[in-house]
Design a protein around this ligand. Structure first.
Ligand SMILES: *[C@@H]1O[C@H](CO)[C@@H](O)[C@H](O)[C@H]1NC(C)=O
Ligand SMILES: *[C@@H]1O[C@H](CO)[C@@H](O)[C@H](O)[C@H]1NC(C)=O
Length: 275
């Protein structure tokens, strides 16, 4: 149990009383690094990998609010029309299950000294996404109107993740608020299957279309890239947001400045310039 070292804060907000629990003692599986010392990135890469390994094994407070890491769940994603050379598409994904993060390799974990944003290189030997889709539009000149199961398997996936953070204070500790996560994906090979592409009108055409799509998997992936990016981004954002609301930033970056020191001058300038 992790009861010792957890602090429960009761926050009286507009919505009533909210219970916020977080770690006040650094668990032994977290290695602290010092950003103002040399070789920080090396230390941070090792520290984040070890932390992720623990997260994959299961940290009770994260499992409670987020669920397991592998497979990860993402309930609903809505996409508006996306117009590109390869696709004109409106699509929704629901009940997504994402597998593969259990094998994640942290290749590099950089933190900016200026604004404490992160640049993280992650490698997954394979990632698969399974769920339900609804789609109207056109991919590789094929007009689609369907809803059903979608599955996609990506081999050799490199993820470049840019994370924006905002520091804040809670119970005497400095925390990261994860405000945005953007990913750039580089894929080795992609296999996709979509059932019911034409609302069940022709099983034969559906089969040959999936075949055609997979023969042209690079173009198909470009068409579906916004959907995949958004799925990965939203899932990682949820995970990181939850994780860093219960682990203080200073457990990872021992010499992190507090938010007043980091933003103090800036917010003074803002308040001075406002009427
Ligand atoms: C996706 O969901 C939204 C909101 O539920 C809906 O307005 C839209 O028509 C859906 N798109 C497709 C392609 O089904
Ligand atoms: C974190 O940032 C979001 C906006 O991105 C904001 O709505 C929220 O209040 C912030 N939380 C804290 C604890 O600062």
């Amino acid at each position: 149990m992790h009861i010792i070292g957890l602090l429960i804060l009761l926050q009286a907000g507009l919505q009533g009383i909210e219970c916020v629990a977080f770690y006040t003692e650094k668990p032994s599986y977290i290695e602290s690094c010092r950003i103002y010392e040399p070789e920080f990135t090396k230390c941070s890469t090792r520290s984040i990998q070890a932390f992720m390994n623990q997260l994959i094994k299961g940290i009770p407070e994260i499992q409670e609010s987020f669920g397991p890491i592998d497979p990860m769940r993402q309930d609903q994603l809505v996409f508006q029309q996306d117009n590109s050379d390869v696709a004109t598409l409106a699509a929704n994904l629901t009940e997504m299950k994402i597998r593969g993060f259990g094998q994640m390799v942290i290749k590099e974990s950089k933190v900016s000294k200026k604004d404490f944003s992160w640049l993280t290189k992650i490698y997954l030997p394979t990632m698969s996404m399974d769920g339900m889709y609804k789609m109207v539009g056109r991919i590789l000149l094929v007009p689609l109107h369907g809803a059903g199961k979608i599955s996609m398997k990506i081999d050799d996936l490199n993820i470049l993740m840019s994370t924006k953070t905002h520091l804040y204070e809670k119970g005497g500790y400095t925390f990261y608020n994860i405000t945005s996560v953007k990913v750039k994906l580089e894929v080795g090979k992609v296999y996709t299957n979509m059932e019911n592409l034409f609302n069940g009108h022709s099983k034969e055409v559906e089969k040959s279309t999936n075949l055609f799509f997979n023969e042209n998997w690079r173009d198909l992936f470009e068409a579906l890239r916004p959907l995949v990016d958004e799925t990965v981004q939203r899932t990682l954002h949820d995970l990181l947001h939850k994780t860093f609301s219960i682990f203080p930033a200073s457990f990872f970056v021992e010499d992190i400045p507090n938010s007043l020191t980091l933003y103090g001058r800036k917010s003074q300038m803002i308040s001075r310039s406002s009427p």
